[in-house]
Design a protein around this ligand. Structure first.
Ligand code: HDE
Length: 681
């Protein structure tokens, strides 16, 4: 239990037994019938219980976040490995014994609160650290760059991305005219757009995505020396994605897919964890970085130029007690920093410093949002701010001003002091020339992808652009031609646009760390993966038990799915309980599928065959033995390719090695090198 948990405990009001009361604490004897003049007569205005109940209901909603409306949160803690005094005075980064409580919220950007988790979208990755020196909010995304360079363009970007204003469509999708119209007229977006078209926009799990602070921040040490810093979160379980077709199907099958996954993992004690890494750049080196301006948020700093130093670990170990009170009301403000962490002149960051505090006024209804339990710092709050809607503290004393001698004046101590950066310049609305190049890093990203990642990117561009007006498609292809000619040609072919003439040569540089196939330093593990076992009457219960035990021992889980819920009859005549009927679930909700041998022929069950075909199509491990092979054959899975496909496991019969071979394939996530174009799923 962290100190924040203890603080929150004071705000808990359990549901449960005991006398039902009004908000005033008055006991209520009947909450099912309103007060009427006669059983069939009119309802009386004097019914204070009815009025209060409806009034409270009528006002349950607050405005959803204007972006990042849909999310999931969790409590946890952060601990730094070694003191970072050399760089910062921030207490939580200098004391390895400090377990700093945190609340993290992950989100999609485009969709409304009720939309689906698996839309192609950027994901928010926001962490509030309740440090002993006040709250520090690291409000990042799962992609290291942003669409625009200046906060002035944010309303334009978001208007274009969100559903179009006349009919409020499409929901949770960038595949529409307005978005592509805007981005093709604003070339600085091109780098982030290619990330959005990549698998990064489809995380398999919030627990399996990276996070980035995006902007360059500043760390300041005890001697007042400043170091530029970029924040990175690296998931211990590796970075993994869905494929787009799967993500779209999940939107229907389980729109809460990512939220549920986070919740279930924490409930099961499989606490998600990320390593915090820093790219540290001495100020004097800032201009030696391949012409990258560290103040430009559309650029990343390749890890090959400045390595990411691991400095600490974040662990999420407790689900919220109440979604609204915590996940909905948490107010992240980019301006919440602590001594030792400071801002830079990145114009996007500067605009955010205003926006996050401002938006809470509308969303949370007034200036006292920092008093809400989830937002309250652990550090004592002492100042003369007062009044306003929803003041929930009772300030005591006469002197509500500074300085005073009546109550005693809060003293200025070794508190936050802005880094005394020297600035001068004419007032002007102007972009720096060092921000002018927009394609080089998009090319770098493209070059760093494996061939399957490139295929997914091409398919995503084709899908999105295939839904927009022809002149916008043409413009998009012109931009792609400046990123990579082959990319532009492949996309053009898919969307009925004339192939462009080559305009620039690809610079040929790459940054291996940008690929999700780059797994250096990440332990491949099947932990928390979900395996579907399709069972039928006559399955060998002993074999099923061996398989399930092996999965559980490896930290994965195996569900037994059958044509009907209840049980199947094992080969020994004893019923084997199934987890659920195939009809109530789908292959897209699992990481792998196994079809064991059984007396009953599952290959005549279309749902089972489709299940296997679809899993195979999505690159998942597919395994079968004995009569289970018949299901794979009916699914038109080319069994002869098994030798070259580590994720296609076919055996004549169950062997003791079978579970381990399966789990190794699950740990590797997918085999996206398969040719699945002919699979009818
Ligand atoms: Fe945000 N952003 N943003 N953003 N953002 C919000 O704040 C904004 C940007 C990010 O789980 C809003 O409380 C502006 C970059 C996350 O509660 C709002 C600009 C990055 C979240 C807002 C940006 C982000 C938000 C909406 C350009 C990645 C969800 C509700 C100048 C580094 C936080 C709210 C949560 C939320 C404004 C750009 C990440 C309106 C003006 C870049 C993760 O204040």
């Amino acid at each position: 239990m962290t100190s924040k948990d203890r603080q929150l405990a004071g705000s808990r009001r359990p549901f449960g037994a005991g006398a039902l009361t009004t908000d005033q604490g008055t006991p209520v004897d009947d909450t099912d019938n309103s007060l009427r003049a006669g059983a069939r007569g009119p309802t009386l205005l004097e019914d204070f219980h009815l009025r209060e109940k409806l009034m409270r209901f009528d006002h349950e909603r607050i405005p959803e976040r204007v972006v990042h409306a849909r999310g999931a949160g969790a409590h946890g803690y952060f601990q730094v490995y070694e003191p970072l005094d050399e760089y910062t005075t921030a207490d939580f980064l200098t004391d390895p014994d400090a377990r700093t409580p945190v609340f993290a919220r992950f989100s999609t950007v485009q969709g409304s609160r009720g939309s689906s988790d698996t839309a192609r979208d950027v994901r928010g990755f926001a962490v509030k650290f309740y440090t002993r020196q006040g709250n520090f909010d690291l409000v990042g995304n799962n992609m290291p760059v942003f669409f625009i360079q200046d906060g002035m363009k944010f309303p334009d970007l978001v208007h274009a991305l969100k559903p179009e204003p006349h009919h409020e469509m499409p929901q949770a999708s960038s595949a529409h005219d307005a978005f592509w119209d805007f981005v093709t007229l604003q070339p600085e977006t091109m780098h982030h757009v290619i990330w959005l078209m990549s698998d990064r926009a489809l995380p398999r799990s919030y627990r399996m995505m990276q996070g980035f602070g995006v902007h360059t921040f500043r760390l300041v040490n005890g001697h007042g020396r400043s170091t530029f810093v970029k924040f990175h979160w690296t998931p211990v379980l590796g970075t993994h994605s869905l494929v787009f077709d799967e993500a779209q199907l999940i939107s229907g099958r389980d729109p809460d897919f990512n939220r549920r996954d986070l919740w279930d993992a924490i409930e099961a004690g499989q606490f998600p964890s990320w390593e915090l890494g820093l790219q540290l750049i001495p100020e004097e080196r800032a201009f030696e970085l391949d012409d990258i301006d560290v103040l430009d948020p559309t650029k990343l700093i390749p890890e090959e130029l400045v390595p990411v130093t691991p400095v600490g670990r974040l662990t999420l170990d407790r689900n919220p007690d109440n979604f609204f009170a915590e996940t909905e009301q948490v107010a992240f403000c980019v301006g919440n920093v602590v001594p030792g962490i400071d801002f830079t002149d990145d114009p996007l960051l500067q605009a955010r410093l205003f926006s996050y505090m401002d938006t809470q006024l509308t969303r949370l209804g007034g200036p006292n949002f920092a008093q809400l339990p989830i937002n309250r710092p652990l550090a004592p709050v002492r100042n003369h701010q007062q009044d306003g809607a929803h003041q929930s503290a009772v300030p005591v004393g006469r002197a509500n001003y500074h300085p005073n001698y009546l109550n005693g004046t809060p003293t200025g101590g070794p508190g936050f002091r802005s880094y005394p950066e020297h600035v001068e310049g004419p007032k002007e609305r102007k972009r720096s020339e060092t921000f002018a190049e927009h394609y080089w890093q998009a090319t770098l990203f493209w070059n760093s992808m494996t061939s399957w990642e490139q295929e997914h990117i091409i398919a995503a561009y084709r899908y999105e652009l295939g839904k927009v007006a022809l002149p916008i498609r043409v413009r998009a292809v012109e931009h792609l031609n400046r990123i990579d000619y082959d990319l532009a040609v492949s996309v053009a072919r898919g969307i009925g646009v004339e192939e462009p003439v080559k305009s620039v040569d690809n610079h040929g540089r790459s940054s291996p760390a940008l690929s999700q196939a780059h797994r250096e330093g990440v332990e491949a593990s099947p932990r928390t993966r979900r395996i579907a076992v399709l069972v039928a009457d006559g399955a060998d219960a002993r074999v099923l038990a061996l398989l399930r035990d092996a999965c559980t021992a490896a930290g994965a889980s195996a569900d037994l799915l059958a044509p009907f819920d209840g049980s199947v009859t094992g080969s020994d005549g004893v019923p084997v309980e199934v987890t659920r009927a195939i009809a109530t679930t789908s292959s897209v909700l699992y990481d792998a599928v196994v079809v064991p041998s059984a007396a009953a022929d599952l290959s005549v069950d279309g749902a089972a065959v489709h299940f296997a075909a679809e899993a195979y199509k999505h690159g998942k491990p597919v395994a079968a033995f004995g009569s289970g092979l018949g299901v794979l054959q009916r699914a038109q899975i080319p069994l002869t390719t098994a030798e070259a496909d580590p994720a296609l496991i076919v055996e004549e019969e169950f062997t003791p090695e079978f579970p381990q071979t399966l789990l190794t394939a699950v740990a590797a996530h997918r085999n996206f090198d398969r040719d699945v174009s002919a699979i009818p799923a």
